[in-house]
Ligand binder design. Sequence first.
Ligand code: TMP
Ligand code: ASP
Length: 236
Amino acid sequence: MEKLNQLYEGKAKKVFATSDPNYVIVSYKDDATAFNGLKKGTIAGKGEVNNRMSNMLMTMLEKQGIPTHFVKELSSRETLVRKVSIVPLEVIVRNVTAGSLAKRLGVEEGITLKRTVLEYCYKDDALGDPMVNEYHILAMGWTSEETLRKIAEYALRINDILKAYFKGLNIDLIDFKLEFGITSDGQLVLADEISPDTCRFWDSSTHEKLDKDRFRRDLGGVEDAYREMMRRIEGK
Ligand code: TMP
Ligand code: ASP
């Protein structure tokens, strides 16, 4: 499939058209932002890690019955995916208190939640991706009740699969963000990426952070953390 013009440039990826209208090519950048684009930087090698990690995880999820946009890895930074219309929600799954949840509830980070927490944010940069609930989503018509039910079901199943997988790599999956899309033939699929940009990974023994929080919080060792995650996933 031929790579054509650029359709879109986001904060961490570019999207290109292909000769088939049902497919696009995503190209992962080393650019990193935080706090709704307020903090900017680069993380050398991030694009390659996120591309490979996301593709490996989506392949694993597909095998376990979760439909995804992933089609084929084209190069170290580029992947062919199904073109989707993105459901304008960030679906956040939490197992342990951290980040904005810890802040909002006034609790420390690292408390294991008694059950999984699911949150939705409305994808709108100008508004800073405000948190919304099922009532807002349905009242605003951002997606249907049936699709929202499926999104929640997939998100919880993805959490079960990923939590167990990462535990085997001595990593605690603290929380993560998912995005879903609808293909041209109406199928709901997992889209965007699953990477250290979109997940919190803590080493199970040392509790060391191995994700983008090292960049957000100026902790240093950002590149090493991304490389370490890739090393564990590749079993080296
Ligand atoms: P939060 O604690 O800042 O709300 O983040 C929850 C999870 O979502 C965390 O794993 C990081 C991820 N995330 C994104 O992928 N994109 C974002 O814009 C934000 C704010 C968080
Ligand atoms: N990617 C988001 C942004 O720039 C935030 C984050 O990941 O913390 O705003």
